[in-house]
Design a binder for this molecule. Structure first.
Ligand SMILES: *Cc1c(COP(=O)(O)O)cnc(C)c1O
Length: 464
């Protein structure tokens, strides 16, 4: 304990320790529950409700700031000596409930400790999950040491731009793109002792690429670098990368997690004690907390408490929804694979897809044995298909859709389609799209919760 603390501050520190112990006790209780129970309740307990007028849903704290009892309380809080929220850019009680739920879901079945940091968008989360590893290391004799990052080229357009423009072009970071994420030798040839982090997206948007998480994690770890996985499309209901050796998982919470489409949100979720050759010990000990307390506070990509509440509310039904959407998507993928106007279908659930064997190893519906009597694979709601006749034929079919929304969005309970080359992956140009495997005649379809026959009817009339 800091000897300069006054007795008054000390009292709040002790109060803080009791609050943290209560949270830890509730976390331990919830870690023993099943996936759906965690999704429904998160960390919000009856005791917490009684301190909140008995409300059975998490409190919505829209206040920008927290009032303090006195200067001692303020000092203890601002020095991070006690759990507190202070100011909504730094922390917020409603956001805290979202973070705790995400950490519990992503850490479901994982033995060690897991923490989360919610952000205003998926891109904000990806930025916050990656930029701390790009700290300059200077050596008096050699100057700045070289650094590189290794990332799957099959990734979201925003991630491609963050890495290639913001990091490579503006800051001089060498980005080593892995063209074929299924090819372990390619990952291996690119990771070395100057690699700051390894990044992969699975399944990737929009080309549905996959990679062997455990093998790539081993490669990253042998170089002393963390593996970061964008698992937006799978969600923890279908895949939990931390169980397979990944260190940090990033999400666009805006997508399947907030399936109603009422909020933009993001999160990074990290296991404790991750490898990294750069940064302070706190970064390695608890990455999500380190980010939240320091770089996040300075960059300011905070999520609105309203959006956090919208996401929390949708998360409660995540598993059953991902099951339904995955079953619908498989039927739609099979229908498209047989359609004469369709040149190719990309969906890891199709048995002859090159991604299928790896996807089958990693993508399992959580607790499926309770519903189906045995574990079952589920491959998510996202698929893409190339239309015979090239870009103009793809645009004609796209323009004829009558029910499936034309929008740059996915993970909705409503079916949504886009043409990535003119939307999500437009800014990266022809060469960037070639690298990422996004041809101009590709339609990306996020299959929703409508009856699959109605989704197929709309596609049939559009492709006719
Ligand atoms: C949408 C998306 C993002 C970006 O998330 P935002 O919430 O839109 O900032 C990142 N990764 C994937 C896979 C996405 O689909």
């Amino acid at each position: 304990m800091d000897a300069t603390l006054t007795l008054g501050v000390e009292r709040y520190v002790q109060q803080g320790q009791a609050m943290a112990a209560a949270d830890a006790a509730q976390r331990a209780i919830m870690r023993r529950k099943r996936f759906d129970t965690i999704a429904v309740h998160g960390l919000y307990s009856m005791q917490a409700a009684l301190a909140n007028q008995g409300s059975i849903v998490e409190p919505a704290y829209f206040s920008s700031a927290q009032h303090f009892e006195n200067s001692d309380h303020m000092e203890a809080a601002l020095a991070y000596l006690m759990p507190s929220w202070t100011y909504t850019r730094i922390a917020n009680p409603t956001v805290h409930y979202l973070e705790e739920t995400l950490a519990l879901l992503e850490g479901y079945g994982y033995d060690g400790e897991v923490s989360a940091c919610a952000a205003g968008s998926g891109m904000a989360a990806i930025f916050m999950a990656t930029s701390p590893f790009l700290a300059q290391e200077t050596n008096a004799r050699r100057g700045a040491a070289p650094m590189n990052i290794v990332a799957s080229a099959k990734c979201y357009g925003g991630t491609f731009m963050l890495f290639s423009q913001r990091y490579a072009a503006e800051r001089g970071v060498e980005v080593r793109w892995v063209r074929d994420p299924l090819d372990l030798a390619e990952w291996e040839s690119k990771v070395d002792e100057h690699t700051r982090f390894v990044f992969g997206e699975m399944p990737s948007n929009p080309s549905l690429g996959v990679f062997d998480i455990a093998a790539v994690a081993d490669l990253a770890h042998s170089a002393g670098a963390p593996l970061i996985v964008d698992s937006t499309v799978a969600t923890p209901a279908l895949m939990r990368p931390l169980l397979h050796g990944a260190d940090i998982v990033v999400h666009s919470v805006s997508k399947s997690m907030a399936s109603s489409g009422f909020a933009i949100a993001g999160a990074l979720i990290a296991r404790h004690h991750i490898p990294s050759r750069v940064g302070p010990d706190e970064l390695r000990a608890n990455f999500a907390l380190y980010v939240k307390l320091l770089p996040f506070r300075d960059h300011g990509p905070a999520i609105s408490p309203f959006n956090a509440l919208m996401a929390l509310n949708d998360l409660r039904t995540l598993r059953s929804r991902m099951d339904l959407l995955s079953r619908n998507a498989l039927r739609v993928a099979e229908f498209l694979a047989d359609h004469p106007a369709v040149e190719a279908v990309y969906y890891p659930g199709l048995p002859d897809a090159p991604e299928h064997p790896v996807a089958r190893r990693y993508m399992w519906l959580a607790d499926a044995a309770d519903d189906y009597g045995q574990p079952v694979n589920r491959f998510g709601h996202l698929l893409s298909f190339a239309v015979r006749g090239g870009p103009s034929a793809a645009r004609r079919a796209f323009d004829r859709l009558q029910m499936i929304w034309r929008a740059t969005d996915l993970g909705r309970i409503k079916s949504v389609a886009t043409i990535p080359a003119i939307s999500t992956h437009q800014q990266q140009g022809d060469s960037g799209r070639a690298l990422a495997g996004v041809p101009a005649h590709l339609i990306r379809l996020s299959v929703g919760g409508e009856h699959p026959e109605d989704i197929m009817d709309d596609l049939a009339q559009a492709l006719a």
